[in-house]
Design a protein around this ligand. Structure first.
Ligand code: KG4
Ligand code: ZN
Length: 389
């Protein structure tokens, strides 16, 4: 089966063309035929976070060029003999993209120039994320589905992150249920238990800021660029390497709460106080703060994950979402899992697929398409706070 996928939930615009066969437990294999991504992060840097209307505009501008690029990589871009809209009345196309004039302007010449590619379904992220951004991808998917007459598969972005960590090099990685997923991104921090494939039970989540959001806000407090995760973790790594003494310590939030919930906004306030008291901040102070902050975040994430591993007799731990790119969190979790008597394997995504991309949406979309989870275009709407359950 060939799946075209579209991801626009936040500040990455991405399109992927995937070919896959088999089910998760039986000879699943996949090949990435084309994968194109444009990160807008540098454009949002001036705002210190994602600015929804800018994200929407950029998605509308970049989707068609990225689709073209993904199809070109897949050698699936064939010129159309006749300059026609492939039998689609222009008015209907205009109506379907009435809310995306910029996208409409780009899609018409594209459809006129190229033949329908050989695809079986279009997978599109419909949540969670920023609704104005999600809508652009959804409307684009709807228009393509309409023009090419292929079914649509709505995909939950977080399920994409989970599945991205479970595959590698064209195959499914070995894993056993129960699977516990620690999902840590710019918008989410949650622990999800799966006793079966594609079944999700949330056992804990953040009560305020997400882990990635905390990294971004702390970076901003120290006047470091957005996204904060990579910069903070770089500074913390340098501090560790230099053996900066651990005099400064932040309290890992909700460490001893009885549940599996998290909270990061108090930690951010603690950091703010330290930052304010240490003005003007020297580079060494920034490193020291980054180190103490990353230690506190890693500590609570790892502690609650291990606690859930014990309680639910988990056999596989999956880490997904942008913050899973963090090498310190990865290594701390691996070390703590290795200390246990009972073994549980750890699956983390390849670093280049830890942050948002369209391959993860194609993989999740494939498994839903296999189960015929298609939706009528009218039934798909952007759902900013979509839950995984
Ligand atoms: O999954 P993602 O790309 O987008 C969302 O769905 O939110 O995650 C982006 C988040 C940002 O908050 C970014 O600062 C964080 O992931 N991030 C990191 C690292 N790389 C990205 N956080 C900590 N350490 C990193 N190395
Ligand atoms: Zn994400």
């Amino acid at each position: 089966m060939k799946i075209l996928s579209i991801e626009t939930s936040c500040d990455e615009t991405a399109v992927c063309l995937l070919e896959a066969t088999g089910d998760f437990d039986a000879d699943f294999s996949y090949k990435v035929l084309g994968n194109a991504l444009f990160s807008q992060a540098h454009l949002h840097a001036q705002y210190g976070g994602v600015f929804p209307n800018l994200a929407k505009r950029e998605h509308a501008k970049n989707l068609v060029p990225l689709l073209e690029e993904a199809l070109r990589q897949a050698s699936a871009l064939s010129a159309s003999a006749a300059q026609s809209l492939q039998g689609v009345p222009l008015e209907s196309l205009q109506a379907s993209l009435a809310r995306e004039p910029e996208l409409l302007e780009k899609i018409i010449p594209f459809i006129e120039s190229y033949q329908k590619p050989d695809i079986d379904a279009i997978a599109v992220t419909y949540g969670p994320g920023l609704e104005p951004a999600l809508w652009v991808g959804i409307n684009f998917a709807k228009a393509l589905s309409y023009v090419w007459n292929v079914p649509l598969v709505p995909v939950n972005h977080m399920e994409g992150h989970v599945m991205m960590s479970m595959v590698q090099n064209g195959a499914m990685r070995g894993f056993e249920f129960p699977v516990l997923s620690l999902l840590i991104s710019g918008g989410h921090t949650e622990l999800i238990l799966s006793r079966e494939w594609m079944k999700y039970e949330r056992i804990g989540e953040t009560r305020d800021d997400a882990a990635g959001e905390a990294f971004d806000k702390v970076a901003r407090l120290m006047e470091l660029p957005y996204p904060g995760g990579p910069v903070i973790s770089q500074l913390a790594a340098e501090a560790r390497l230099q053996g900066v003494p651990l005099e400064l310590k932040f309290t890992p939030p909700m460490l001893n709460s009885k549940d599996y919930d998290f909270s990061f906004s108090g930690l951010k306030t603690e950091v703010r106080k330290v930052v304010e008291a240490a003005q003007p901040l020297t580079d060494d102070k920034k490193k020291e703060i980054a180190l103490a902050f990353e230690n506190a975040v890693a500590h609570v994430l790892v502690h609650k994950t291990i606690k859930a591993v014990e309680e639910f007799d988990v056999h596989t731990v999956v880490v997904g979402g942008g913050v899973s790119a963090n090498s310190f969190i990865r290594s701390e979790l691996a070390a703590k899992l290795a200390q246990r008597d009972a073994s549980a394997s750890l699956l983390v995504p390849a670093p280049e697929f830890a942050t948002d991309n369209a391959l993860m949406i194609a993989i999740a979309g494939y498994f839903h398409a296999l189960r015929k989870d298609f939706a009528q275009p009218e039934a798909i709407s952007a759902t900013g706070n979509l839950r995984l359950e």
